[in-house]
Design a protein around this ligand. Structure first.
Ligand code: ZN
Length: 138
């Protein structure tokens, strides 16, 4: 069976990192699916879904690392073309990927104890987001 739901979020942009583990857990539980896979997907080219230990130190470390890999203060072709100033947001999102899949076994996600599911909004403004959660299994 297939169960599809969504999570609505208001974000601040600029690598705003939001723990959505509890919301995904709720959807998995409500689906009644005991064994399968859950996919969490961001429809949008400036956001990512990943896992991290949801702790302010390592969240800042990831934000600092991304600032080094994809700086926000260098020229981007996208910005010359569209003037929306978020070339860095698109590049970060492409590198981090828009979705994540997690196995479900015996009714629960197989996440590690210190492994939370996060949505990171790389855009250069606040956004309303609707994250798609789809579960396939039985
Ligand atoms: Zn853009």
């Amino acid at each position: 069976m297939v169960h599809t739901d969504s999570i609505r979020l208001n974000t601040k942009g600029f690598s705003d990192t939001i723990d959505i583990t509890g919301k995904v857990e709720r959807i998995v539980k409500d689906s009644g699916i005991k064994n399968g896979i859950v996919t969490v997907f961001c429809p949008g080219s400036t956001g990512t879904i990943t896992t991290i230990e949801f702790e302010s130190g390592v969240i800042k470390d990831l934000q600092n690392a991304l600032e080094k890999i994809v700086p926000s203060d260098i020229p981007y072709e996208h910005d010359y073309r569209w003037r929306d100033g978020n070339g860095f947001s698109h590049v970060r999102a492409a590198l981090m990927k828009p979705s994540l899949s997690i196995p479900i076994v015996h009714g629960g996600m197989t996440l590690g104890t210190w492994q939370q599911i996060v949505f990171i909004d790389f855009d250069n403004r606040s956004r309303r987001r609707e994250i798609v959660v789809q579960i396939i299994g039985e």
